[in-house]
Design a protein around this ligand. Structure first.
Ligand SMILES: C[S@@+](CC[C@H](N)C(=O)[O-])C[C@H]1O[C@@H](n2cnc3c(N)ncnc32)[C@H](O)[C@@H]1O
Ligand SMILES: [Zn+2]
Length: 359
């Protein structure tokens, strides 16, 4: 029996293996990133039908692609799909990903598991030489909606707030940065996005204890006030928060440890964008997403424009006007891909209030 689908430049039989058409955007971007980085050795560690790894082999023209899945049924499909697409040179394995990752090193390791990538992070951190790409579909634990599960999986405490999607991405990045640091590797995030029901991160790895130490400087905590709703970042692995809001002295929840460093690399995103724009897999949604990621300013977290206006009892005008006003006042400001009504800025809260209330 066959259930055929076409995606990008490959035709796949997906009968009997996990295949989610809604993840196509995730794979389209993954292929563009792999191509723009000029990767030559890539592992799709949890490959299912092979959709991701086979597309990377065919469209990104990665020389050595390894596709692995623990399920023999999935592996039979990967073999069939590789053959069908003229990708017989791909290496196809039936291993537990954790065993394989402890046995071998790869230039780029891609993890796309069911739910949390947490069970694979230790082994993947050892195996990945230059790049680590990770999908996490457990957004409820990451973003603070399932608190205990999030703490178990990521050894960090998320706080549920207006910027919960970015909170989830930074909890994940923080967990990965700590895991890599154990094996003397540091991270530089190239691209981070939270889309639909998942978070996706693309990391460049720098080897050496010094690089790991430097990466850990990107770790910290976030104080989130229960009363006034404002937040403050507190750098460092040690939690230096007093638990009181530094603005209103109300009780603050503390999130962390999480990643407070940069999450987008403009140059890397623009390079992926130009691959995507020239490819058959070009979709307006993927292009717009990457454009937004490239425009995001490097400031942790964002305000919900509409929520702010409700708080100040005013009606929201155009987000672009607010951004322009903040910039005219000498501050950085941008939209964010995390939310259609999100505003990132380094301007003081009082200025936001002043601008919004003067409209
Ligand atoms: C979400 S699917 C992968 C989807 C695929 N990457 C795609 O883009 O279509 C997860 C896959 O991981 C496999 N899997 C689960 N645990 C595994 C393990 N420990 N080692 C290797 N594969 C595993 C499952 O059999 C399943 O096919
Ligand atoms: Zn407060």
């Amino acid at each position: 029996m066959a259930k055929m689908v076409e995606e990008g430049a490959v035709a796949l039989n997906v009968e009997g293996a996990f295949y989610n058409p809604r993840m196509r955007l995730n794979r389209d971007i993954g292929v563009a990133v792999a191509k723009s980085l000029g990767i030559s050795d890539y592992l799709d560690g949890l490959a299912a039908s092979g959709a991701r790894g086979l597309r990377v082999a065919k469209e990104a023209k990665v020389e050595h692609v390894v596709l692995n899945d623990v399920s023999p049924k999935a592996v039979a499909l990967i073999e069939e799909n590789a053959e069908r697409n003229g990708l017989g040179a791909c290496e196809i394995l039936t291993s537990n990903a954790n065993v394989l990752l402890h046995q071998r090193h790869f230039e780029a390791v891609d993890l796309d598991p069911f739910g949390s990538p947490s069970p694979f992070l230790a082994a993947a951190s050892r195996s990945a030489d230059k790049y680590l790409f990770i999908t996490a579909t457990d957004t409820a634990p990451l973003c603070g909606a399932h608190l205990k599960s999030g703490i178990r999986k990521y050894m960090a405490v998320p706080v549920k707030a207006e910027h919960h999607r970015e909170m989830g991405a930074r909890i994940l990045l923080g967990a990965v940065a700590r895991e890599l640091a154990r094996v003397d590797k540091g991270i530089s995030p190239l691209l981070t996005h939270v889309t639909d029901h998942y978070a996706r991160i693309y990391l460049r790895i720098a080897r050496g204890a010094k690089m790991a130490d430097r990466a850990l400087e990107g770790m910290g905590h976030l104080e989130q006030c229960r009363i006034c709703g404002r937040w403050r970042t507190v750098p460092g692995m040690a939690c230096r928060s007093s638990g009181a809001c530094s603005f209103c002295e109300g009780r603050a929840d503390v999130a962390g440890p999480l990643w407070l460093g940069p999450i987008q690399d403009r140059g890397a995103i623009r390079a992926a964008l130009s691959e995507l724009e020239g490819s058959k897999a070009r979709s307006e949604r993927a292009v717009r997403l990457l454009q937004l990621c490239a425009e995001e300013i490097d400031v942790p977290m964002y305000y919900d424009h509409h929520r702010l206006c409700r708080k100040f009892k005013t009606t929201p005008g155009a987000a672009d006007n607010l951004i322009n006003d903040l910039r005219s006042a000498g501050y950085s400001a941008s939209r964010t891909h995390f939310s259609g009504v999100g505003i990132k800025t380094d301007a003081p809260f009082e200025l936001l209030q002043e601008i919004l209330c003067s409209i």
